[in-house]
Design a binder for this molecule. Structure first.
Ligand code: GRF
Length: 212
């Protein structure tokens, strides 16, 4: 089974749908590890209730800097032999050492159609700009904030009476379908990179496996 680590700072609804898809056999992954940088993240409770074997709150204040904190996370990811690192509402920027260590094995979901509206408030920024269409993006994580190669996207119309919350709620409905679907595609099909483009393999192929 493809072991994944999920890193989450907040409500954990994306973690929840991934756990549910895995439990129902709809997504061939095993959530082996959940890490949060927030002690009160609902994601931690969701993970514990689902019986995830390793559920960790790691306090950034216990580490001197971002690199040291990320190294502690990486040690747990290595120990749990996770193949993929899935960011689900993880609000910390990753150090370049971490990105290099797990290059092309870290994915993120962003609540806008990248490359438009990167950053911490993709929903509010799209609304304030007057975009008529927004959506969500699953992408590989590289050193550029929300700038890695795109794996998949879904569009969501922006309505005249939308608030930040109403738009985010409709985007999240789509996130909850897209993220498990992308994970399934990732582990079953695999991809190659052509520059910044993700080209999905035609045949199942595991050339981008990490070596354990
Ligand atoms: C999602 O909207 C995701 O796009 C963004 O953070 C939010 C996390 O939501 N990166 P949740 O914690 O999974 O409910």
């Amino acid at each position: 089974m493809n072991k994944i680590a999920v890193m989450a700072s907040g409500r954990g609804t994306n973690l929840k749908v991934i756990l549910e898809a895995a439990a129902k056999g709809k997504c061939p992954v095993e959530v082996a590890l959940v890490i949060s940088d927030k002690s009160d993240a609902a994601a931690l409770d969701i993970a514990r209730e689902a019986g995830v074997p390793n559920v960790l709150y790691i306090d950034p204040k216990d580490y001197g800097d971002r690199t040291a904190f990320d190294a502690a996370c990486a040690a747990h990811i290595d120990q749990a032999e996770c193949e993929w690192i899935v960011l689900a509402g993880y609000m910390r920027i990753l150090s370049s050492a971490f990105v290099q260590r797990f290059r092309n094995h870290i994915i993120n979901i962003h609540p806008a159609l990248l490359p438009a509206f990167p950053g911490p408030d993709g929903v509010g920024d799209a609304l304030a700009h007057g975009a008529k269409v927004s959506g969500c993006t699953v992408h590989l994580v590289d050193e550029a904030l929300d700038g890695g190669p795109i794996l998949g996207q879904v569009t969501v119309p922006v309505l005249d009476d939308d608030t930040r919350d109403s738009l985010h709620a409709r985007i999240q409905e789509q996130e909850h379908k897209l993220y498990p679907a992308m994970l399934k595609k990732l582990v079953e099909q695999g991809f190659e990179l052509d520059g910044h483009r993700v080209i999905w393999n035609r045949e199942p192929n595991f050339v981008n496996r990490l070596s354990w």
